[in-house]
Design a protein around this ligand. Structure first.
Ligand SMILES: NC(=O)c1ccc[n+]([C@@H]2O[C@H](COP(=O)([O-])OP(=O)(O)OC[C@H]3O[C@@H](n4cnc5c(N)ncnc54)[C@H](OP(=O)(O)O)[C@@H]3O)[C@@H](O)[C@H]2O)c1
Length: 257
């Protein structure tokens, strides 16, 4: 009898994951949680010091500073992981940016920059990692948002970029199913991170938005990065064998309102 593919995994301890956006927020929490679970992690992001601060939490985390919008960066990230460990089991496409842009202020360069990071970079990373994910129960976890499937007035292009990553998740899941590669996504709601300051908001504006968000969330608060990271781990876990093409919303009930 042929051994089922999922039994061929050699266990959590020799696995390798690429986690983008590992210098802060959900990506940092994911890198640390994965390393603690015994996976070797290549953390990617632009800020060297931020990645170093993540790596300081666990010796299983290595860093690869890169701007993922640079055309060659995704292939170089995959090459770096292969050179270091000779295998890739998990790709977590977490790096992303948000941005308010009302229709009246639509700007081609801002749309291009947003899609380059939120849609094109995950696509190129997935393509570059694919040959290494095949045949070993490799898996991809994309990071969407509640607003990947709910409208967000004033930030339509951010929402559209996350809708794109959700549809990529479903398409790749079907496309890669016969090769044993699972593809899923998490869709966090408002979560503590550097996202609002990275979007250029002042501290006062960010605080106002956070308060308003917490008031709208049925569970009464914003999420913590580790509350998202734990589910990224479960989706990527070799024991999760029959789940593919799914988008798991983690938002304290926000999408139900
Ligand atoms: N926090 C939320 O409320 C929330 C809600 C829904 C979805 N999300 C999604 O969750 C993911 C993680 O965000 P977060 O909340 O943890 O926010 P964050 O703290 O701002 O993390 C984003 C990460 O992406 C990295 N990054 C940004 N631009 C990059 C680039 N050009 N190249 C490489 N790395 C880049 C950043 O590091 P560098 O600046 O050093 O490059 C940063 O570590 C994103 O996809 C975001 O859209 C967040």
């Amino acid at each position: 009898m042929t051994e089922p593919q999922h039994h061929r995994n050699t266990g959590v301890t020799d696995r390798v994951a690429i986690v983008t956006g590992a210098g802060s927020g959900i990506g940092r929490a994911t890198a640390i949680a994965m390393a603690r679970a015994g996976t070797r992690v290549l953390g990617v992001g632009r800020r060297h010091e931020a990645l170093q601060a993540t790596a300081a939490h666990h010796p299983g985390i290595a860093t690869h500073p890169a701007d993922l919008r640079a055309p060659d960066a995704p292939a170089e990230v995959v090459r770096a992981a292969m050179q270091r460990w000779g295998r890739i089991d998990v790709l977590v496409n977490n790096a992303g940016a948000t941005g308010m842009m009302p229709l009246a202020e639509t700007d081609a360069d801002r749309i291009a920059a947003l899609f380059a990071l939120n849609v094109t970079a995950p696509s190129l990373l997935a393509a570059a990692a694919l040959p290494h994910l095949r045949g070993r129960g490799g898996t991809i976890v994309n990071v969407s948002s509640t607003y990947g499937h709910r409208p967000l007035p004033g930030a339509a292009h951010y929402a559209a970029s996350k809708a794109a990553i959700e549809q990529l998740t479903r398409c790749w899941a079907l496309e890669l199913a016969s090769e044993g590669v699972r593809v899923n996504a998490v869709a966090p709601g408002p979560t503590e991170s550097e996202a609002l300051s990275a979007a250029g908001l002042t501290e006062a504006d960010a605080a106002r938005i956070k308060e308003a968000e917490a008031a709208r969330i049925p569970l009464g608060r914003r999420g913590e990065p580790d509350e998202v990271a734990q589910w990224v781990l479960r989706l990527a876990d070799p024991g999760t064998t029959w789940l593919t093409g799914q988008v798991l919303t983690l938002d304290g009930g926000l999408e139900l309102t």
